[in-house]
Write a protein that binds this ligand. Structure first.
Ligand SMILES: Cc1cc2nc3c(=O)[nH]c(=O)nc-3n(C[C@H](O)[C@H](O)[C@H](O)COP(=O)(O)O)c2cc1C
Length: 202
């Protein structure tokens, strides 16, 4: 029985201990990332870039700049979710190649108007896109029998150097994916509903 969405959400936990000997197949990785990239992005700019780090030597170096967190080396794959902050100005018609010429022209203008000169918005868009991709990765991995750990406990500049992060790109976060080798502690705590959810206005 495949896992339904609600079960995947409730079952997902941040996994700290992975089986270091487990290997994920290329087909599984393709499934995971192929589905992640079907999440939405504003104006369909698909500004996410995913780096699947499997090289043990590289992972050891990344772990050294990630508070020595074992998930970095012991998960089956370390996904580094990055954003191309300037995706909005790079050949934008290819984001709308299936649309009519009129729609392509309209979208190109709209994209330019929305992002040009708005550096914070450009960066925020990368965070939004990768946040959604991370959620999809974690839930899909759960349904494939994998555990995950979302991570931002690392030196972003140092990791950027290690993965040859191109100019214009930012690292958003890691998602470590692997076979859970130790059940996590009980959930830290869930805030009361009235602190989180509001009707109409605050
Ligand atoms: C953006 C983000 C960054 C995180 N960074 C780390 C990290 O560096 N190391 C770690 O062990 N857990 C990290 N976590 C896991 C959180 O501590 C964990 O998700 C939270 O305590 C809720 O627990 P749960 O995911 O098991 O429900 C991170 C989670 C998120 C969403």
């Amino acid at each position: 029985m495949p896992l339904d969405v609600a079960s995947a959400i409730l079952q997902r936990r941040a996994i700290k201990v992975f089986d270091p000997d487990h290997r994920m197949t290329d087909a599984e990785l393709d499934t995971l990332l192929g589905l992640a990239r079907r999440m939405p992005t504003a104006f369909n700019i698909q500004n996410w870039r995913f780096v699947a780090v499997t090289d043990p030597e590289l992972r050891t170096k990344i772990r050294a700049v990630a508070w020595d967190q074992a998930q970095v080396t012991d998960s089956s794959v370390l996904l580094v979710l990055c954003a191309d902050i300037k995706a909005w100005e790079k050949s934008t018609t290819r984001y709308w190649e299936n649309a009519s010429t009129e729609v392509q022209q309209f979208m190109t203008g709209a994209i330019d108007q929305y992002y040009r000169g708005r550096e914070q918005v450009q960066r925020d868009e990368g965070m939004r896109s990768c946040g959604m991709a991370a959620a999809a990765i974690m839930l899909q991995a759960e349904s494939m029998g994998y555990g995950t750990c979302p991570m931002d406990g690392f030196d972003f500049d140092a990791v950027g150097k290690l993965i040859n992060l191109p100019t214009d790109y930012e690292i958003v976060m890691f998602v470590a994916v692997g076979k859970c080798a130790k059940a996590p502690h009980p959930t830290g705590g869930i805030l009361p509903t009235n602190e989180i959810i509001f009707r109409n206005t605050f």
